[in-house]
Design a protein around this ligand. Structure first.
Ligand code: SAH
Length: 371
């Protein structure tokens, strides 16, 4: 005789590796890697774990979290703050992380303009009245390019030990696959989205009809962003309360770019000077070779050897002063990449690095160097 689900329940304890919540977050991460959204909002973000994972996705420039419970958000929101390393090595991209206290049943202008909105294990926590308003708020008002919604699949419950009615006491309902899909298809039809169904947490072999443990709908907006501009013209009053905001240091901010460029310029100039001085010491006895620039094996020498084809780019020594042309420094890939143009380099280091009187070279005075 074939065993029923109930009997199976005692025969095996289903465990997921990695744990199911991690598989859900990984699903979102993969989606981010695929669509490269710049602005992502996580609704029902709870203790911000998914947001924390997403802050490492380099395409994201704006991350927002929303939860009706301020206390659960505050538990670990400090993990979303920049670390000392972020200040030491500011990133190319800009990143702002904001947390809002409010409900998905309410519209707030701070939720406009997002590319991806994630609702992971959220809808089953909504009261009937909130669930009714949810599609209009998310698909109608926020109207991002992509929405991902995950929710428990009740058909899987008999396979989970200890689950009597719902997987969590705060769940207001748990849908089977047909219920979720008909709700999702209706929302998609109403708001002009397409939806595809998938999930995480595979059922055991032979029980595939049960479906995934977590069912997921990925909604893609069918119309282009521009045709929704009407939405932006509608003023909506702010109702959410911002409980956290972190602006990450970025090279897009001139303050951090200047610091990075000045450090790099000084680092390169000092290395060239060091190289030049050691050559001078080496050839001290041979006056004929004294002013020659001799590339050697290290990185700077190698690089300089290739660069210095033009006399004006040659570092030089005059008495106690060492001159390193800015044009030479600008040719180093990192400086070049950071500044983009020679003019920008000059502008960024102005007043921060000692230059020759005509402003064309970094100058070091070696007079007191050995003291
Ligand atoms: N997305 C998280 C947490 C899921 S638990 C994760 O995957 O781990 C559901 C969360 O939704 C809870 O933190 C709860 O406070 C929040 N929530 C419940 N009703 C809400 C509402 N109306 N608006 C916003 N968040 C809500």
């Amino acid at each position: 005789m074939e065993k029923s689900f109930q009997e199976e329940e005692f025969a095996r304890v289903i465990t997921f590796t990695p744990p199911l919540y991690k598989q859900r977050y990984q699903f979102v991460k993969d989606l981010v890697e695929k669509y490269k959204p710049k602005k992502v909002a996580d609704l029902g973000c709870a203790d911000c774990r998914l947001l924390w994972m997403l802050k490492f996705c380099s395409c994201i420039e704006v991350l927002a979290g929303l939860d009706v419970s301020a206390s659960v958000m505050k538990e670990k929101m400090h993990t979303l703050s920049p670390l000392p390393f972020d200040y030491l090595q500011p990133s190319e991209r800009s990143l702002t992380v904001t947390l809002h206290h409010g409900s998905v049943a309410q519209k707030d202008p701070c939720m406009l303009g997002f590319d991806l909105v994630t609702c992971i294990e959220l809808i089953e926590h909504l009261e009937e009245s909130e669930l009714k308003k949810f599609p209009e708020v998310v698909f109608g008002f926020m109207a991002p390019s992509i929405v991902v919604i995950s929710t428990p699949n009740s058909e899987f419950n008999p396979l989970l030990p200890g689950v009597v009615l719902h997987r969590h006491p705060d769940h207001k309902f748990e849908w089977n696959q047909a219920q979720f899909q008909s709700w999702a298809l209706e929302a998609a039809r109403c708001y002009d989205y397409s939806v595809e169904f998938t999930g995480v947490g595979h059922p055991p072999t032979g029980m595939e009809n049960v479906g995934f443990c977590t069912q997921i709908g990925v909604f893609v907006r069918k119309y282009p962003q521009t045709s929704r501009s009407v939405q932006y013209e509608k003023p909506t009053e702010a109702v959410y309360k911002t409980v956290f905001k972190a602006v990450y240091p970025s090279l897009k901010d001139e303050k951090y770019l200047r610091n990075a460029v000045v450090s790099e310029v000084i680092f390169i100039a000092q290395n060239i000077k060091h190289h030049l001085m050691s050559k001078h010491e080496e050839y001290d006895d041979d006056p004929e070779r004294k002013s020659e620039f001799q590339p050697s094996v290290d990185y700077f020498s190698d690089y300089l050897g290739k660069l210095v084809v033009d006399k004006t780019m040659e570092p030089s020594v005059n008495g106690n002063e060492v001159y390193i042309p800015l044009a030479t420094i600008f040719s180093f890939p990192k400086v070049n990449q950071l500044c983009g143009t020679f003019e920008k380099l000059c502008k960024l280091i102005a007043g921060k690095v000692t230059l020759s009187s005509d402003g064309s070279a970094v100058v070091f005075n070696t007079e007191h160097e050995n003291e």
